[in-house]
Design a protein around this ligand. Structure first.
Ligand SMILES: NC(=O)c1ccc[n+]([C@@H]2O[C@H](COP(=O)([O-])OP(=O)(O)OC[C@H]3O[C@@H](n4cnc5c(N)ncnc54)[C@H](OP(=O)(O)O)[C@@H]3O)[C@@H](O)[C@H]2O)c1
Length: 289
């Protein structure tokens, strides 16, 4: 049955795909960007939900600057944790279902196999702590939220967002003829935003709640991923591998954060296509013929 859906963070990479996907399935969707509703303002969140009266609320808004968060942990916490509380409280008043997006960075990276939903969390920095706190706020105020953890999101919207994505960063560095060093000892499962939006809609339409992992399905080091991006794009780049010891960042990151999609697949949802196919689709959407 068609639902009334509100998407917070509607201008982000994932937010805009959620708006497109849910609209495409016949739901009535209000995509709200930061200029329309700053989710850190409880009264703005409450007013937006009261006026739209949705049955489903999707929160794709986030503070995603992992290294900057080490300098400004309060800002990350406001958006990723306390604002989720604002949304959860407002959802509770309306009896709306909340779908909240979280991250592979809730894990510490000591695993040697893709993380499953039951694995213990152990965040390594301010961004990761704030995202885990967001999950807890959703679960504290609501009986049955749907929390979806994902990894390395990239979507065509990343061309237009302040933060962009890894593909756009690689293309920008290559166009500047900069030497590019990328870590080969950190592995994630980069996730194409349109596929993530489609799997999210599948879960919502089935009425599923709880914690779910939806990663790209192809665990890969960031160096291998960069190499694949340049191969698919047909771009020459001066790319060399580095590692965590040589390439220090302000935030600690999990060395291994690939996510297992087994729980999602056990419900009959379609497996994620191979990462290379997703990157090809990204370029097709980015540079239409
Ligand atoms: N991107 C990744 O690599 C990655 C990895 C793992 C998990 N995730 C999670 O996946 C979800 C979607 O990420 P994404 O890649 O779509 O991020 P994104 O492209 O950076 O979009 C996030 C959106 O949230 C907005 N926003 C920030 N603060 C806000 C506020 N106070 N009120 C309202 N909106 C606000 C941003 O607006 P401005 O542009 O104006 O700041 C932006 O439009 C997030 O929960 C994220 O934590 C992402």
């Amino acid at each position: 049955m068609p639902s009334k859906v509100v998407v917070f963070g509607g201008a982000g990479q994932l937010g805009r795909e959620l708006v497109r996907e849910f609209q495409g399935r016949g739901h009535a969707v209000a995509g709200l960007d930061r200029t329309q509703v700053d989710i850190t303002k409880a009264e703005r969140v409450e007013a937006a939900l009261a006026s739209n009266n949705p049955s489903v609320v999707l929160n794709a808004a986030a503070y995603n600057q992992v290294d900057v968060a080490e300098r400004e942990p309060q800002d990350a916490y406001l958006v990723n944790a306390l604002a989720v509380r604002n949304i959860a409280v407002a959802c509770r008043q309306l009896d709306a279902r909340l779908v909240h997006f979280s991250t592979d960075y809730v894990f510490d990276g000591r695993s040697r196999r893709p993380y499953v939903e039951e694995d213990p969390t152990h965040p390594l920095g301010a961004y990761a702590v704030s995202k885990l706190a967001g999950e807890l706020y959703a679960q504290a105020y609501l009986d049955r939220p749907l929390v979806i953890r994902t990894s390395g999101v990239f979507g065509p919207g990343g061309r237009f967002t302040g933060r962009g994505n890894f593909i756009e960063l690689m293309l920008r560095l290559a166009s500047q003829h900069s030497p590019i060093r990328v870590v080969e000892d950190h592995i994630a499962s980069p996730t194409y935003a349109p596929y993530l939006a489609a799997r999210t809609a599948d879960l919502v339409e089935r009425g599923v709640t709880g914690v779910f992992h939806i990663g790209g399905g192809t665990p890969m080091s960031w160096f291998e991923y960069a190499r694949m991006i340049f191969r698919v794009a047909g771009v020459e780049a001066s790319l060399t591998p580095t590692n965590e010891r040589e390439y220090r960042t302000a935030a600690r990151r999990p060395k291994y954060s690939a996510l297992s999609n087994a729980k999602m697949e056990s419900l009959g949802l379609q497996a994620m296509p191979a990462l290379e196919d997703a990157v090809r689709e990204y370029f097709a959407a980015r540079n239409p013929a």
